[in-house]
Design a binder for this molecule. Sequence first.
Ligand SMILES: C[S@@+](CC[C@H](N)C(=O)[O-])C[C@H]1O[C@@H](n2cnc3c(N)ncnc32)[C@H](O)[C@@H]1O
Length: 249
Amino acid sequence: MGIYEKYAEVYDSSGQIGFSLRMIPYLQELLDRHPVEKGHMLDLACGTGTVAMSFASNGWDVWGVDASSEMLAQAERKGHDSGLTLRLSCQDMRRFTIPASVRLVTCLYDSMNYILTLPGLQAVLKRVVAHLAPGGLFLFDMNTAWALEHVWDHHTFLMEDDDLSLIMASEYDEAQLLGTISVTGFVRRGTLYERFSETHIEQAYSENEIRSAISVAGLRLVACYDCFDFDPPAEDCSRIMWVASKIEE
Ligand SMILES: C[S@@+](CC[C@H](N)C(=O)[O-])C[C@H]1O[C@@H](n2cnc3c(N)ncnc32)[C@H](O)[C@@H]1O
């Protein structure tokens, strides 16, 4: 069974939208520090489109790519309801192509951790380079091994309201640096509840692996920050925001 299928419908209302709402002002601060000219931008693994919509409402021409048609359907609906144009496409980010050169690519909320091999990570970075204009910026955040070990391992999260009950139980495999979350939801349908369940797997990479993948792809590492802050990542940093740019010819 795939992921972000049934979960897509309740993704925002389950509280996940909170991450994007926190990310939007942080992205603005990042762009103040690392400015790029406004134009076309791409939100990779755009999910339900909250960040993509914020860029569109700020005058960017926005593209969104995601592997889940159900997540994209939510983004499409939200964009339509807000009168915003989002050019959305259902593709795997390891192989995506869009008919545009963009000045900014974002890939947020540990979406890059869903790429489970280094060659896969490298493939995403190469596709990003192929679409970035010279000098363009790639901003992506990733969970660290510290987060998977200290936040995910043996952790259970429960949320419940009148329309939804959600249980998220996570584990960490220290040998493989792999985090696994089982998501089980009960969505209200009238007087009954429909059950769904999905298993999500995230891979952690060392800082050196990510630095080297960035450089091999032909990107220049501009900065890396303890995410939502501007300090360098410490040993116990749970999420790193990576800032890379395409080298100008
Ligand atoms: C945690 S969600 C984040 C969504 C959005 N970026 C946000 O901030 O809310 C992860 C997203 O990555 C997408 N995803 C995972 N693997 C992918 C792949 N190989 N190619 C494209 N999208 C992928 C999922 O469909 C999902 O929408």
